[in-house]
Design a protein around this ligand. Structure first.
Ligand code: ADP
Ligand code: 5GP
Length: 210
């Protein structure tokens, strides 16, 4: 196997509303991760600010960035474009900083397929149930129930991508979920034993999509 260099890359993906943004923020506080801030063509939510949550750009600007080959990966998600800038990510990894990504399955696939020389750990986050997911989406996008409904429709398709991830973790109690991910990252870094029950996850997925 190739010797990996520099920092590690940690990817969190999930069906919308399962909690990856919340978890990325928690993990980065405790681990000094550099959070990869994506570009997007979607409009900011009321609590979001430019340069903090995303770089909010026009379709024209996003296309310019694609043409300049500035993205490590990009994808269309829910009718908007989202992309990861290559330069800050590679610079941080080269400086031995770990980088964490909140990106969808298309972006995770693209990064995986690039087979970069840095260690990559991928997590897929699941909600405890569809009912709780809908509640979380509705609370977050309070003004627009249609957004929550539209994202719920996508759930059954999104969830099928769990199979391509190193680990699937259920975000029921936030602190417990955070600790589970933290322990798995630590075990991956130290090559220690991993507390991970794939059969339990498979059962949970069967329940979610039945
Ligand atoms: P995602 O980034 O996966 O779309 P968010 O992190 O934005 O999801 O979480 C969706 C909503 O659910 C947010 O309002 C967040 O505060 C809330 N949330 C996240 N995790 C939990 C949890 N374990 N328990 C209760 N609410 C949560
Ligand atoms: P949201 O609009 O809820 O912030 O994000 C919608 C989806 O886009 C989420 O699944 C999120 O992970 C994904 N996403 C955010 N940034 C990127 C990115 O740079 N690339 C890709 N491929 N997906 C992203």
């Amino acid at each position: 196997m190739l010797q990996k260099k520099g920092g590690i890359m940690v990817v969190l993906s999930s069906p919308s509303g399962a909690g990856k943004t919340t978890l990325v923020n928690l993990l980065s506080k405790k681990n000094k991760f550099f959070i990869s801030i994506s570009h997007t063509t979607r409009s900011p939510r009321p609590n979001e600010t430019n340069g903090n949550d995303y770089f909010f750009v026009s379709d024209k600007e996003f296309k310019r960035l694609i043409n300049n080959d500035e993205f490590l990966e990009y994808a269309k998600v829910f009718n908007n474009y989202y992309g990861t800038s290559r330069t800050p990510v590679i610079q941080n990894l080269e400086n031995n900083n770990n980088v964490i990504f909140d990106i969808d399955w298309q972006g995770a696939d693209q990064i995986k397929n690039k087979k970069l020389d840095y260690k990559l750990i991928t997590f897929f986050i699941l909600p405890p149930s569809k009912k709780i997911l809908f509640e979380r989406l509705s609370n977050r996008d309070m003004k627009d129930k249609l957004i929550a409904e539209e994202r719920m429709k996508q759930f059954d398709r999104d969830v099928l991508h769990w199979i391509n991830y190193d680990y699937v973790v259920i975000n029921d109690d936030l602190e417990e979920c955070f600790l589970k991910i933290q322990k798995l990252i630590d075990a991956e870094i130290s090559n220690g034993s991993k507390d991970y029950d794939k059969d339990f996850i498979k059962n949970h997925i069967d329940k979610l999509i039945s």
